[in-house]
Write a protein that binds this ligand. Sequence first.
Ligand code: EPU
Length: 445
Amino acid sequence: MDSFLIHGGHRLKGTIEVSGSKNSALPILAACLMAEGKSTLKGVPRLLDIDSMSKLLGELGCHVYRHEPADPGTLVGPALNGPLDIQVQDETQCEARYEIVKTMRASICVLGPLLGKRGKAIVSMPGGCAIGDRPVDLHVRGLQKLGAHFRMENGNIVGEVRGRLKGCRMYLGGALGPTVLGTINVMCAAALADGETILVGAACEPEVSDCADMLIKMGARIKGHGTPEIRIEGVEKLVGAEHRVIPDRIECGTFMIAAAITNGELALKHCALDHLIAVTDRLDEVGVQTQRENGTVYVTAARRINPVEMTTQPYPGFPTDLQAQLMALLCLSDGISVVTERIFPDRFLHVGELNRMGARIRKEGPTAIIQGVRELQGANVMASDLRASAALVLAALVAKGATRIDRVYHIDRGYEKIEQKLAAVGAQIERIKEGKTSLSMSAVA
Ligand code: EPU
């Protein structure tokens, strides 16, 4: 497994291109299972999770083909990504196997499209992961209300539809609020159901809206996406369409924090600042300025980092996917910050690793109390999940000395070429391939 070796203390300065959204691309790829004819997706990042979804679609009878750019040269980021074509060739396969689901929970996204189009789905039950239990009961309940029948069989969720799904009005929220992928699964299935479906308590995340926009291009009749009430009038068939996925708001927020933590200055291209309003609100209070000019966002930070209180919430609130990264920044604040996690109350694996780097964080239930320190120190740390790993990279960028982060495959799941993007703006970051040692490795404590 690869590692990163990062020498901290370098101010980041320059321009970074934000990639297309992983969490938009994954369910949109799954939605292509419902289309007749070829779909073309632009801006899909090159990531391990996208490879896993492409493999899964391949097993489900799709031909998935990535166009290469004419002259890749030294391009980094989205410009390097040719469009992705998806064409369904065989509709007989309906199974998402454990071997794929265990590497990527987002495999659950095929459940709704398979039931809506093929009338059958076998999806290995996703287990818990580093950020918590991650149940899928709301997905199943929503699809049941449309008329699908479910049973558990040898660790698999087996869903079947007798005849055609039938639209209805339903409440989709759960104890911890709305569900993003659950909303998308039910919305996809409802797009091919008989009659009207009204989803009350739907997730409002931009990724849900992006998927709805693609479905509409495919011929679906959807209104109200982006609000808690989505109306879907079922249609007989969907056809292939072309779509560009939205920019990755979590990658963008991570780079904003990278600018802030290194007291740097970054220009972020392809940044959907409107999707980050709660993030810029918190960053503003911390002392980080963001300014938009012609589609590029300029991020500059004050030397002093103010402590803040922050609670993660469903969109448009502060996203859970940036909680760990903000916490890395708050470790260096001038006072005490309080961070509460309301979406995944156990998503705190980064706390122990940040403390190994000299942070002073105390966890109390779903809340972390962060006493700012003057500096972080380099150490050997372990990546545990995607966003926790990003927090460790951020901490390492400013830590005194060298930090080695092991198991960076977590970060490769969701950040496209992060080490190249950071190195291009002045970070000293190096990928150490499994089994190889770096010349500078001896510098690590
Ligand atoms: N929940 C249930 N039952 C369900 C589904 C969800 O109780 O059937 C609970 C969850 O346990 C959680 C809350 O509802 O407490 C919200 O979870 P949600 O279903 O919205 O999460 P998700 O759709 O599985 C997506 C992203 C996550 C992101 C969350 C929240 C993708 C592929 N994943 O997951 O992204 O944290 O929404 O915004 O889109 C990441 O990219 O690192 C990541 C984990």
